[in-house]
Design a protein around this ligand. Structure first.
Ligand code: OGA
Ligand code: MN
Length: 213
């Protein structure tokens, strides 16, 4: 697959180094305008044309525990695969980030999975962690926003609970091109009630299955 949708290598490297530094010191990283315009716009277009009926109701938990729980989250999702050029380009980009973080932080990230998510007006995702020690090999979470000209009244912000006791609230506007990366077990977070259709991609890097302890 061509990598012409990527930023030039030195720009990607700058971003990836920044993410590595942030993860090491804070456990999270927030970056605006993270992707090339081309990849950003392709993902934005794909998120807009995806028919909502093709989206599945997102589930909570894993495997046998999976239970539909609309009191916790009520977004709809569509897993991203390599059936489209855009999906392929996104997965290729995520892989370059994976390799870079493995080199700089020795995280041992092994695989990546991601989905589009749509929160309709009234949509939210209550405070949660993406992984619990010993229960999941999700190590690093990635969220990319796909909303143009998001204003304060649109709400639907991401809140990251950071700091020593997870009491500091960092509010992130879900604006197109903003990329959030955080340690899945460490950073509690929440999607506030949105008043407009809110598009994003959520993804997770996993360690190899045998690495679960
Ligand atoms: C998730 C999640 C955040 C967002 O899907 O686990 O926390 O802002 N998403 O879409
Ligand atoms: Mn989450």
């Amino acid at each position: 697959m061509s990598t012409n949708t990527d930023l030039p290598d030195d720009e990607n490297n700058h971003l990836f180094e920044q993410i590595a530094r942030d993860i090491q010191t804070d456990g999270y990283s927030v970056n605006t305008n993270a992707l090339s315009n081309l990849l950003n716009n392709s993902l934005w277009r794909e998120s807009q044309i995806t028919p909502p009926l093709a989206l599945q109701q997102a589930n909570i938990g894993r495997n046998a525990d999976r239970a539909l729980n609309a009191t916790v989250r009520n977004d709809k999702i569509l897993w991203i695969d390599q059936q489209t050029r855009t999906g392929t380009a996104w997965i290729a980009w995520a892989d370059t980030l994976r390799l870079s973080l493995n080199r700089s932080l020795f995280l041992g990230l092994h695989s990546f999975e991601s989905h589009f998510a749509l929160y309709a007006p009234g949509g939210f995702y209550r405070r949660h962690h993406d992984a619990f020690h010993g229960q999941s090999n999700r190590l690093l979470s990635v969220v990319l926003y796909l909303n143009q000209n998001w204003v304060a009244a649109d709400a639907g912000e991401l809140v990251l609970y950071t700091g020593p006791n997870s009491t500091t609230e960092l509010v992130v506007k879900p604006e197109l091109g903003t990329l959030v990366v955080f340690l899945s077990e460490d950073i509690a977070h929440e999607v506030l009630v949105t008043s407009k259709d809110r598009h994003s991609i959520a993804g997770w890097y996993r360690t190899a299955p045998h690495a679960i302890m």
